[in-house]
Design a protein around this ligand. Structure first.
Ligand code: UGA
Length: 440
């Protein structure tokens, strides 16, 4: 099938490359000529494991190309995916400007029946809006259909997630359009749900908000654990064995960041308000999450008896491992709070440092975790990169001015860390039940 994909961010580029790999002919479109040039040279503008290799293979086999010309790409294809960004506005509502622009351009270029598939995360009703814009801009009354096909891939495992989605949601108003998209996804052999447009649009937000809710929920439980001598890791583990609950997204810690959860919960909150529904649930999800870095800095401050003149090292800056994305990263919030309190901040991240450096030139960037530890009064594990799992902790301890370890992702075993001579703080892990554990 011939496909055009408008927008070469995470969703657009990965979708385009994977569809090409499945044998389709794909035009990736972006307004930014620098990105287009890079893609045509086989260099992905984003860091995503496995993406460069897959892109290069499909470029060599001429199944993919990048262009700035959306009109031309629309004329040559039957299915056009809209994967442009929907950044939050000041109020937290998504800015649909890029979706509108893409729809207008597609409308102008309409030269026969087309299916316009919206993959960008957009509020319920946007499919209808896209339809109206295309109708306004088409020169001749060519038929077209608008489909909603939300994307559920995660950064860091985007290729794997796109090839192995838990489900594929296709929201369409008629069978003709739905079947064409079913055909496109058929090679993946994954469960497909065909719904109307509004349902598909809500599925995306309802899913992301539920995952954010799980994280905030376990973080609220972590606070209670901390005050009662319980261990949230064990609470979450036991809860997760209940198949109705599951283990995923019950890791307490510094909370969620990234380009999706914070923005999507806010957007969903605006949607429910637009329909005169109570936003309290969504406000709470965000409030609990926003309090996480503040609370962590408080713990460090308490332990060090103040932050003025202290040196605090951060291990990890990206909003999660395996990405250089720092959007809404908890590290940024920590840096801000620590600097405000007069601390010196040192940091190391395997890939995200160049992105943080322009925002925070005052941070001391290091070559590895050991350099961060040198003369630090406290270390905070922010992003659970694999390379932080098996550090030489004796070396870390000896390098530090005071061996204080704050584990923002509950990555380490508290007993082991205490035995190694650290003061160890894990989120919601007040319990010191090592003796009991040894009996099991
Ligand atoms: C998220 C969803 O997981 C994807 O399904 C969705 O497609 C995507 O948003 C999107 O809407 O585009 P992503 O933001 O890439 O994906 O990252 P996640 O792996 O979901 O992690 C989000 C944040 O939650 C991270 O900061 C992570 O550290 C945090 N988290 C995750 C926790 O604090 N605890 C957990 O138990 C799990």
């Amino acid at each position: 099938m011939k496909i055009a994909v408008a927008g070469t961010g995470y969703v657009g580029l990965v979708t385009g490359v994977v569809f090409a790999d499945l044998g389709n002919e794909v035009a990736c479109v972006d307004i930014d000529p620098v990105k287009v040039d890079a893609i045509n040279k086989g260099q992905s503008p984003i860091y995503e494991p496995g993406l460069d290799e897959m892109l290069q293979r499909n470029l060599e086999e001429e199944r993919i190309r990048a262009t700035t010309d959306l009109e031309g790409a629309t004329r040559e294809t039957e299915v056009i995916f809209i994967c442009v960004g929907t950044p939050p506005t000041d109020t937290g509502e998504p800015d649909l400007r890029y979706v509108d622009e893409a729809a207008a351009t597609i409308g102008r270029a309409l030269n026969g029946y087309k299916i316009i598939v919206n993959k960008s995360t957009v509020p319920v009703g946007t499919g209808d809006r896209v339809r109206r814009i295309i109708e306004q801009h088409r020169a001749e009354p060519h038929e077209f259909d608008v489909v909603s096909n939300p994307e559920f891939l995660r950064e860091g495992s985007a290729i794997h997630d796109t090839l192995n989605p838990d489900r594929i949601v296709i929201g369409a108003d008629n069978a003709r359009a739905a079947m064409k998209i079913v055909e496109l996804y058929a090679p993946l052999e994954r469960p497909m749900l065909i719904t109307n447009l509004a349902t598909a649009e809500i599925i995306k937000y309802a899913s992301n908000t539920f995952l954010a809710l799980k994280i905030s929920y376990i973080n609220a439980i972590a606070d209670l654990c901390e005050r009662t001598g319980a261990d949230v890791v064990q609470v979450a583990k036991a809860m997760g064995y209940d198949q109705r609950i599951g283990h995923a997204f019950l890791q307490a810690g510094l909370g969620f960041g990234g380009s999706c959860f914070p923005k999507d919960v806010q957007a969903f909150m605006h949607t429910v308000q637009r329909y005169q529904l109570d936003p309290t649930l969504y406000q709470q999800i965000l409030a609990i999450n926003n309090a996480r870095p503040v609370q962590m800095v408080e713990r460090v401050r308490e332990r060090l008896g103040g932050l003025e003149g202290r040196t605090v090292g951060l291990l990890g800056l990206a909003f999660k491992p395996n990405t250089d994305d720092i959007r809404e990263a908890r590290a940024l919030e920590l840096i801000k709070l620590l600097l405000q309190a007069g601390a010196t901040v040192k940091a190391y991240d395997p890939v995200a440092m160049p992105r943080v450096q322009p925002l925070h030139p005052e941070v001391v960037y290091c070559r590895n975790a050991y350099e961060v530890a040198e003369n630090a009064d406290a270390l905070v594990l922010v992003t659970e990169w694999n390379e932080f799992r098996q550090l030489n902790f004796e070396r870390i301890r000896n390098a530090m001015r005071q061996p204080n370890l704050f584990d923002g992702r509950n990555l380490y075993d508290p007993q082991r860390m205490r035995k190694l001579g650290f003061y160890y703080y894990g989120v919601g892990r007040a319990a010191d039940n090592g003796e009991f554990k040894a009996m099991l």
